[in-house]
Design a protein. Structure first.
Lengths: 99, 279
């Protein structure tokens, strides 16, 4: 059976078995959410590409293609925050977002 | 079918938490979310362990579905209200799955777990115990399920709706961006498919857009409402979400979900694949 499309656990370290050389990773930490928050990845046209629940530690991660992306944080109380990010092959691009 | 027959909002669920004959069901691939907190009285279904055959790539069979629902305490005349994470992808998949086996009264919680959480509504950890039932399923309704040959035969003839993200459609990504990009299959899309990402159908909070907005989105993107339609994605849950929109909300009569989706089609030998933008 194929792996489903559910998001894996949002851990600080990369999941075991991930070959970074073939990935363009965007990873971040969100603070000040005041509860559950979601991280959404939008492509250069603003289209949805993925979404994860931010972990209890505030961590989120996307496996993008190289290029420009927007990370949108959606938190309780109608709070949203957009951050522009450049993903590069073989690299982990780190972002920090304080709501 | 009217929107109210297939969709409920959070207020409706809160008002019906103790209504006899209403069963709230959380469906996810990763059920740790349920374990950390769920809607009071909700039982869980594990998309993988409960709904997939453990050996072959297929669903559990009719007898397996009957055993599952009997064990979880769901009766044939219960109203099942499904919700889950990932913008209700797996809940929509379960909705389609319940319909496949002929369950009549099924509804989706609009906005799913995300909207419920963002509104800081109550979540509990107590797991309810429901008395066992004697559930009887029907044979699969194959008018809503497409197989690979249906897709190949539909090229250039029927509406093929690829609901993955644009980068998956053109072949830059092989999975949604929250998953590692390591898959065996070839990238691209089925020739003549239109790329209408599932996300076009929903607002940021996961609730569905209005029927008028939805009709315009699909017709503007090239869906001919007079033709039959097959929706697909990577493994069939995002396309179950779009199947729900087209078949249940917009009432289009002949819409099938291709649950084999790209993880099957992209691995087939000899089938046509297109790269890049839709032609």
């Amino acid at each position: 059976m194929s792996q489903g499309c559910g998001a894996p656990a949002q851990t600080v370290t990369l999941p075991v078995g991930v070959d970074l050389s073939s990935q363009a990773i965007i990873q971040g930490v969100v603070t000040g959410t005041g509860g559950t928050a979601y991280a959404r990845l939008l492509d250069r046209t603003g289209e949805f590409a993925g979404e994860v629940v931010v972990s209890d530690e505030g961590v989120f991660r996307f496996f993008a293609a190289p290029g420009r992306w927007t990370v949108r944080i959606i938190a309780a109380g109608g709070v949203t925050r957009d951050v522009e990010v450049e993903a590069k092959l073989g690299e982990v691009t780190q972002v920090s977002i304080d709501l | 079918m009217s929107r109210s027959a297939v969709l409920v909002d959070a207020d409706w669920v809160e008002a019906n938490l103790d209504t006899p004959g209403v069963v709230i069901v959380e469906v996810d691939e990763d059920t740790t979310a349920y374990d950390k907190g769920h809607i009071r009285g909700a039982i869980k279904l594990d998309w993988k362990k409960d709904l997939q055959d453990p050996v072959r790539r297929d669903f559990i069979d009719k007898a397996g579905f009957e055993a599952l629902l009997s064990e979880r305490g769901i009766a044939n005349d219960d109203t099942v209200v499904l919700y889950g994470g990932n913008n209700n992808w797996f809940a929509a998949y379960a909705y389609w799955y319940f319909k496949l086996y002929g369950h009549e009264k099924v509804k989706l919680l609009d906005g799913g777990r995300k909207k419920w959480e963002l509104e800081s509504r109550e979540l509990v950890t107590e797991v309810p115990q429901r008395p066992r039932t004697n559930y009887k399923a029907k044979d699969q309704d194959l008018s809503i399920r497409a197989f690979r040959d249906d897709v190949i035969n539909a090229i250039g003839k029927l509406n093929l709706v690829d609901v993955r993200s644009p980068d998956e459609f053109v072949g830059k990504l092989l999975a949604p961006a929250h998953l590692p990009q390591e898959q065996a299959q070839r990238p691209g899309h089925v020739p003549t498919a239109r790329n209408i990402p599932w996300s076009k159908a929903v607002n940021d909070d996961g609730t569905f857009k209005s029927d008028e907005e939805l009709r315009k989105i699909y017709s503007d993107a090239g869906v001919d409402f007079s033709k039959d339609t097959i929706a697909y994605c990577r493994i069939g849950e995002r396309s179950a979400h779009t199947w729900f929109v087209l078949h249940e909300l917009l009432d289009l009569p002949n819409v099938k979900n291709y649950d084999g989706s790209w993880t099957e089609y992209g691995s087939l030998v000899g089938v046509p694949i297109e790269l890049g933008e839709a032609r």
